[in-house]
Design a protein around this ligand. Structure first.
Ligand code: PA5
Length: 411
């Protein structure tokens, strides 16, 4: 399902060493309580899908806009998939994200939109206590009660949080609000295929059954099979790190995958960046960034390697009419996707052969629910393996907790 090209790697490992290391890391993960997402992905979720579809049928009856409040892992997965699959200028339903920043202009814009347009609300926080989403919720709640009355507010909101703990759970109990549960053993950045991501994505008519099927197929492949590209990719990343390449740049050629970059940055940074270790994950959208950061990649400080993500287009555009254009006639034998691919190959060649920047490729067929979920799940396993190779816990984020605590003290 993912065609990998790791040929630039200088990693030398024999089959025996590979298997030994893979088994050891798998064993470590198996004993980590927060690896619950692995079992979750393998399980059947037809009941959850029905529940979500039922909730959304009701919510879609009220509005075409859903405000999604959440931060970090509580929104980045749905943000990434929504950007990738519900984009362009014609989408019927849209998600409006709030609670990831505290900027007054941003808030004013969203609140003004909500005054003028109908909307429903999904508040997502596992702890139920995070400052940014809590603050956003209070402001939106006030507006909703004013606009729709208290009873109307209750019909238009769904809360996704822990089953028992946190202020959001208390809020559900106090107002008798509809809620979905976030499993205790699944952390935010590994939760995209739980109710955290599925509810908002289903609201915009993304096929969540296909998402779960793609995630499950990858899950069966990247933990249980002996030949494992996700683990190999983790080893390659680790090898780059040990060879003083401290930055991984995720490269995409489709601007609608900008959200995927944001999701990937959080996944790897929060999982690996501990004990003064870890690769810094960054991302670039080519061709756009070839005309800005591309210069640095080619000739600047040699600190990074690139991992290219490509999807095959299903809706290609023929350039055959360019034959009548003297300046561009040489393109007429191609489709648009061929040109994008040729740019991709040329960039890899220039960066690798001249710039000495290693390039890896993860190539998939068309960009759809199944394949995107498959790729994201590949990344989740690779990330867990990669952090484990650095001997850090992939599933905690003690540094983030420090800042959360500082805020509480300062306020
Ligand atoms: O990956 C994580 O666990 C974190 O990034 C959390 O998702 C983020 O801090 C938000 O936490 P919460 O959902 O408790 O508001």
């Amino acid at each position: 399902m993912i065609k990998t090209n790791f040929s630039n790697s200088k990693l030398i490992i024999n089959k025996h060493e590979f298997n030994e290391c893979y088994q050891r890391i798998k064993d470590e993960l198996k004993h980590n309580y927060m690896f619950g997402w692995h079992q979750y992905l393998l399980a059947n979720h037809d009941d959850l899908i029905s529940e979500i579809n039922q909730i959304n049928t009701e919510l879609q009856g009220y509005a075409k806009n859903m405000v999604v409040i959440g931060i970090g892992g509580s929104y980045l997965g749905s943000y990434a998939i929504n950007e990738a699959l519900n984009n362009g200028y014609h989408q019927e339903y849209q998600l409006i994200f709030l609670g990831q920043n505290l900027d007054s202009d941003y808030f004013n814009n969203v609140l003004a939109f909500c005054e003028e347009n109908d909307f429903v609300l999904n508040v997502i926080s596992k702890s139920g206590n995070t400052l940014e989403p809590s603050l956003a919720y209070e402001l939106i709640k006030e507006l909703m009660i004013k606009k729709y009355t208290y009873e109307g507010f209750k019909k238009r909101i769904i809360i996704t949080t822990d089953a028992q703990e946190g202020c959001l759970r208390d809020e559900c109990l106090k107002h008798d609000l509809k809620s979905l549960i976030i499993n205790n053993d699944i952390g935010g950045r590994y939760s995209v295929f739980t109710s955290v991501g599925l509810l908002p994505l289903a609201f915009v008519n993304i096929n969540i059954k296909e998402l779960l099927l793609g995630a499950q197929a990858a899950s069966k492949c990247y933990y249980t099979k002996d030949v494992n590209d996700a683990f190999y990719y983790a080893l390659i990343r680790n090898n780059e790190y040990l060879n003083d390449k401290k930055v991984e740049a995720l490269i995409v050629y489709n601007p609608y995958l900008r959200g995927l970059i944001e999701w990937y940055k959080q996944l790897f940074a929060e999982s690996e960046g501990k004990n003064k270790k870890g690769l810094l994950p960054i991302g670039m959208v080519y061709s756009t960034d070839l005309h800005s950061l591309g210069q640095f990649v080619q000739e600047g400080t040699p600190m990074l390697f690139e991992t290219n993500i490509t999807f095959k287009s299903n809706n290609d555009i023929s350039l055959k009419n360019f034959i009548n254009n003297d300046a561009l006639a040489y393109l007429s034998k191609y489709d648009l996707e061929d040109v994008n691919k040729i740019v991709n190959s040329s960039v890899i060649k220039a960066h690798y052969e001249i710039g000495n920047i290693n390039n890896y490729v993860l190539a998939l067929n068309e960009l759809n629910e199944y394949n995107l979920a498959y790729l994201m799940t590949f990344m989740m396993y690779s990330c867990a393996y990669s952090a484990s190779l650095l001997a850090v816990d992939p599933f905690n984020q003690p540094g983030v907790e420090v800042y959360k605590k500082e805020i509480k003290e300062l306020l």
